[in-house]
Design a protein around this ligand. Structure first.
Ligand SMILES: NC(=O)c1ccc[n+]([C@@H]2O[C@H](COP(=O)([O-])OP(=O)(O)OC[C@H]3O[C@@H](n4cnc5c(N)ncnc54)[C@H](OP(=O)(O)O)[C@@H]3O)[C@@H](O)[C@H]2O)c1
Length: 331
């Protein structure tokens, strides 16, 4: 064969990436997004190593938190996704559970990262809900946080901890995504899809608010740009370019699924009376939910786009279409 030139990446040349919470919705999508990136060596962390088995073909290493804290390996980038997202019943202990998962765990992983001089970048997935649930204006990075839920409070505490540390020589990114959607998503968008798909009517036709969403593809793109380029450390809001009107979204779901939705325009004044009653009665509608349904939640993404110096790869409309189609395909 003679002297053959082998073009490829040696293990030393590969970027070492650590992802916590890799078994979740964002983690799995990120692994698929990175699938063809041959210059990454990816380690996934889970509380249960057995959960990593299905991801073996996408991971170079699968480890537990015990393995992580017992080793002193350096990483080019730590992507900290793990956290308590799914709603747990709100009782006295819910603050504690969210705090343990979203603040204490973040603190531990972040300290471990800081202790390794050769580890370089840390990306923390916080949430736009550290700010508010019901904003009074369009949101940018200057919006003053007033977290309303145990989830928002615990994420904010983690952000404050990270910001209070000295991390000279390292790059730290706090990302605040809006609601993320994509294949495998089990959040509010999927709940809305399931609700409409069941044939039940939509009762809030009179409240056409606008919300910023985030297509998973755009989030994966932002994370990869941060790993591969010299992006300034900082706090960034991550959202698609355009907000989506709720009624437009409902029409889109109907059009793609081929299932007509009946919309009723119950006057907002009547809904508000129900919402006030809901504060005192055991019904799943209260003044807080009323606020969420009727208030715009629009997030600007200029800062991250400026830092990256590129546009986001897909529009809000395209991302939404892909997600709704993925719901239909997975029925
Ligand atoms: N989805 C969204 O719309 C959205 C929006 C804004 C921000 N975010 C943030 O993005 C990150 C990823 O979200 P996701 O939608 O992928 O969440 P997810 O599907 O719930 O996955 C999160 C992962 O974190 C780990 N985890 C769950 N509960 C935990 C706990 N109590 N303690 C420690 N680890 C726990 C689990 O991994 P193991 O069981 O394998 O350990 C889980 O697979 C989260 O930090 C979330 O706050 C999400």
């Amino acid at each position: 064969m003679g002297n053959e030139l082998v073009i490829g990446f040696s293990d030393q040349m590969k970027k070492k990436i650590l992802i916590t919470g890799v078994t979740g919705f964002v983690g799995k999508n990120l692994l698929h997004y990175f699938r063809d990136t041959i210059h990454y060596e990816i380690t996934g962390v889970s509380r249960k190593k057995s959960k990593l088995k299905g991801l073996n073909s996408l991971l170079d290493y699968g480890i537990s938190y015990k393995d992580l804290f017992n080793q002193n390996k350096s990483y080019d980038c730590v992507i900290h996704l793990a956290g308590q997202v799914i709603k747990i019943s709100e009782n006295q202990s819910s603050d504690k559970l969210y705090r343990e998962a979203n603040f204490e765990l973040t603190k531990k992983i972040y300290k471990h990262f800081l202790n390794n001089d050769d580890s370089k970048k840390f990306i923390f997935l916080s949430s736009i809900h550290v700010l508010t649930e019901v904003p009074d204006c369009v949101i940018d990075e200057d919006y003053v946080p007033e977290p309303f839920t145990p989830y928002g409070r615990s994420k904010f505490e983690a952000e404050q901890y990270i910001e209070s540390t000295n991390h000279t020589g390292k790059n730290i990114y706090i990302l605040r995504p809006t609601m993320i959607h994509g294949p495998g998503n089990k959040g509010n968008l999927k709940s809305l899809y399931d609700y409409l798909n069941s044939g039940l009517p939509y009762l809030f036709g009179a409240a056409n608010n606008k919300r910023s969403f985030l297509s998973i593809e755009n989030l994966c793109f932002v994370i990869k740009e941060i790993i591969d380029n010299d992006i300034e450390s900082g706090l960034y809001h991550i959202a698609d370019d355009e907000p989506t009107e709720t009624l437009e979204l409902i029409d889109k779901i109907s059009a793609i699924s081929g299932k007509k939705t009946r919309k009723y325009n119950i006057p907002l004044s009547i809904l508000r009376v129900f919402a006030i009653l809901g504060n005192y009665l055991p019904i799943p509608f209260d003044i807080h939910r009323y606020g969420k349904l009727t208030t715009d939640f629009v997030v600007k993404n200029d800062k991250i786009k400026q830092a990256i110096g590129k546009p986001l790869p897909i529009t809000a409309e395209e991302g939404m279409t892909r997600t709704i189609k993925s719901f239909i395909n997975n029925q």
